[in-house]
Ligand binder design. Sequence first.
Ligand code: SF4
Length: 482
Amino acid sequence: MPRPEDPRGFPKRNRSPALRVLLLNPPSHSVVVRDYLCSKTSKSGYLFHPIDLVLLSGSLASEHDVHVLDAVAEDLDADQAHARIEALAPEVVVSLVGSVSWPEDRAFLAEQARRGRRVVATGDVLHEASEERLREEPWIEAAPHAFANDDLLRYLGGEREELEDMTLRDAQGTPRHLRVGARHKRRGEYRVPRPRHELFPTHGYRFPFARSQRFATLLTDFGCPYPCTFCVIGTLGYRTRPVADVLEEIDHLRAAGTRELFVMDQTFGVQRERALELCAALEQRGDLSWTTFTRPDTATDELLGAMRRAGCHTLILGIESADDALLARYKKGYDTNVTRAAVGRAQAAGMAVVGTFVIGLPEESEASLEASLAFALELELDFLSLNMAVPRFGTPFRAELLGLGLVDPTELVMDQGGASAFLPTRTLDRDAMLALKRKLVRRFYLRPSWILRRLRRVSSWSELANHASQGWALLRANLGPR
Ligand code: SF4
């Protein structure tokens, strides 16, 4: 007998009773971002909605009684978070975990398991050698490795075979990683029921580029088709959501009064026609403003014009380095001339440009850092984001360093947010790397010309307050050499 379907065509299983499920971002001593198989300390105190939980909220709420507790957004300590969970009394806790906060996460969640909860965990630290991790951590019942599918929904419904990418325990408790095909080859469309943004806290999320304090975080695709070797997203394949599903989600947000979006696609516009269709639909609505990521070689005049008309005010561009040899070595697929032209096009289209750089790769030196700063100044970037190179789980970069014996496979705690340096470079030890990174941040942001330009471009009191608080947090984190 065919399964009944909801109006948008998602099959209902109804094979087992609904569970009370808690989607959890666990407490942390500092503001950390754990999402999309990455984790880091927040550079300026920013915190957007954890996109894994956002997507899972739609899928799981189609069959279960779903609640959300974001202990980072609500600034809860461990005791407060435990008390909130006791009051909710979920049967299953689906929690983010992160390499950046792994000791805290495992202590907190082991205590939840001790209190009788089923604990499902997902995050970067479980993305590689997951069977080994589950053997070490008996409190983890299962670990999904992707969130843009229905693996977890099917697992909670009792299915134990043919899951796309999940580590679970067999009847004897032995961990088994089920995976269909190679991750990087996954292509095509994916569908998830409308994410339940309304379940997330209304306060506590902060995004430096948002023009309104009230914003939503969403995803219109999953993964990235490019092969940059230090990035985990490029190892996940590339899938898109139907534009109609994305618009349903956005219209629901609009009906609830949200007008500002963080579109978390890692390379917006990979599929040109689809991106233009989405932009045309947003332009027609005419009441949204948003920020997204793309690559310099994707940012054509046609795409940027369509994005601007659709309300995109800030573009986050992966610039990575001022060194063309380094860009080639890590398979970025473009050089600094391409970046120079793309930044010019985005500025001409009227967008603010955030340049992200990866620093601290083994080839990094004081001279290459100086060159990166000079490039950022030449491009007149509106914002500079320096990400510390780390051997992220599941990346070719990590595999290379492991092969060379430069990374200890048992060292699971790392942070690309810049609060610490994980790797020494060939010419800089960790302390020197960190001190230079802090100096670069100060030299970029403490320029009177930059401050004046930002003030001239601020469009609301809310944006000004946002800049002031996050700018202060960024500077505080980067004052002094250590
Ligand atoms: S383009 Fe960006 S998201 Fe895609 S693989 Fe490269 S660094 Fe990762």
